[in-house]
Design a protein around this ligand. Structure first.
Ligand code: ZN
Length: 219
């Protein structure tokens, strides 16, 4: 039996869109929330809008422009180039505490709309050093949110232990690989679907897809 109602933290990218389709299978009622924090490419939010509309799910867009003030970096400012972090360094797309903030606001929204479940596409496998993508952080925040808001929220992280190949596999299992491939935006240069092919996000996405298709025997 499907559980009642969930809020999906939704950016219009591959991971959160896969989570949205996953959630549609798990919950009777699904709503999405996108945080507008002055992304370099407004197209990301447009992608999210379009997908939510196609699916007929309610889409909340919350203004988080203060993030731009707090952590001006390559994702939010046009005058800084996206560079790949080396082994020890965080990539300069890092916004400290972003998931902490997003999930906390999602918790407040969940309380308002009567949802007990929160879904986020964070992954420890590809976490690139983001501490608030780790499983231990999510479990800790779950306890904190429940204490703060006095609700038995449950945070779901269907991608936590998956690499990009397995995220593609999950979307294929849900019957939406092509939808994810064509409708989502992951590219740091703001190019939808297969993207620019050169930025770190495109490389990760592309390599994962290659590996999955190879495994599936289509190539
Ligand atoms: Zn790209």
């Amino acid at each position: 039996m499907k559980k009642d109602k969930a809020i999906v933290v939704f950016s219009g990218g591959q991971d959160s869109t896969t989570c949205l389709f996953w959630a549609k299978e798990q919950f009777k009622d699904v709503e999405t929330v996108t945080f507008d924090y002055g992304q370099r490419h407004k197209l990301e939010i447009e992608c999210a809008k379009e997908i939510a509309e196609d699916l007929g799910v309610k889409h909340h867009i919350l203004d988080m422009s203060l993030l731009h003030q707090l952590a001006p970096n390559a994702l939010t400012r046009d005058d800084i180039d996206v560079a790949e972090g080396d082994e020890t360094e965080l990539p300069n797309t890092f916004v400290p505490g972003r998931n902490l903030l997003f999930l906390s606001f999602a918790g407040v929204l969940a309380k308002q709309v009567g949802a007990k479940h929160l879904v986020t596409g964070v992954s420890q496998t590809d976490f690139s050093g983001y501490p608030d993508c780790r499983d231990s952080f999510i479990k800790s925040l779950n306890v904190t949110l429940n204490l703060a808001i006095d609700e038995p929220f449950e945070i779901h992280t269907p991608l936590m232990w998956l690499d990009k190949k397995e995220v593609w596999e999950l979307s294929d299992g849900l019957g939406v690989l092509d939808v994810i491939r064509e409708k989502t935006l992951t590219c740091y240069n703001g190019i939808k679907a297969d993207g620019c092919g050169a930025c770190p996000a495109c490389k990760l996405r592309h390599n994962g897809l290659e590996q999955y298709l190879l495994k599936k025997g289509e190539k």
